[in-house]
Write a protein that binds this ligand. Sequence first.
Ligand SMILES: C[S@@+](CC[C@H](N)C(=O)[O-])C[C@H]1O[C@@H](n2cnc3c(N)ncnc32)[C@H](O)[C@@H]1O
Length: 172
Amino acid sequence: MRDHYAPRSTVGVAARMIYLNKTCFNGLYRVNSRNKFNVPVGRYVDPVIADEENITACHKALKKTELENRRFSEMPTVDADFIYIDPPYDATFTNYLAGGFHKSSQEELREVAGAWAAQGSRVMISNSDTALIRKLYSGPEWQINEVRAGRMINSNPKGRKAVVELVIRNYD
Ligand SMILES: C[S@@+](CC[C@H](N)C(=O)[O-])C[C@H]1O[C@@H](n2cnc3c(N)ncnc32)[C@H](O)[C@@H]1O
């Protein structure tokens, strides 16, 4: 399915995506350096692939929504937006895209988030609880809260448990 099935319709592309998401390792989406989806097969006995109720609910929620896929640095800026950023987390798996997401990307993201905050948007960012992230968002415009989050995606099975993460905001 991953390597040999080439859907011709957008519905076929969506169906393949759902199939791969529900049957590959822990619902992870990751591509290799040639931009090919390369998540291994997951270990499921009887995965629910076509969850009609959920797909219908998503369909309703997304009906009036426009989705775009672009780099955060190329997001058009609109003041008074609510912006939630869920970037590749510091010091964890970051190779979603070719090139990875390293310290310089976290620094650039903070610059961009700061610009959005300065123009009047409400900005919320989630990330790992690391020294780098705490330092990047130590400025007076940011408040940091710790939250416990259940995590299923971790190459080490012992790591698949609740971890402390940070939610960073520029508003109360
Ligand atoms: C923690 S995941 C977000 C998961 C998402 N919130 C969800 O529930 O499926 C981080 C995402 O950031 C994306 N990403 C990586 N580099 C990016 C960049 N420069 N600009 C925008 N998105 C990027 C990755 O492709 C990945 O989907």
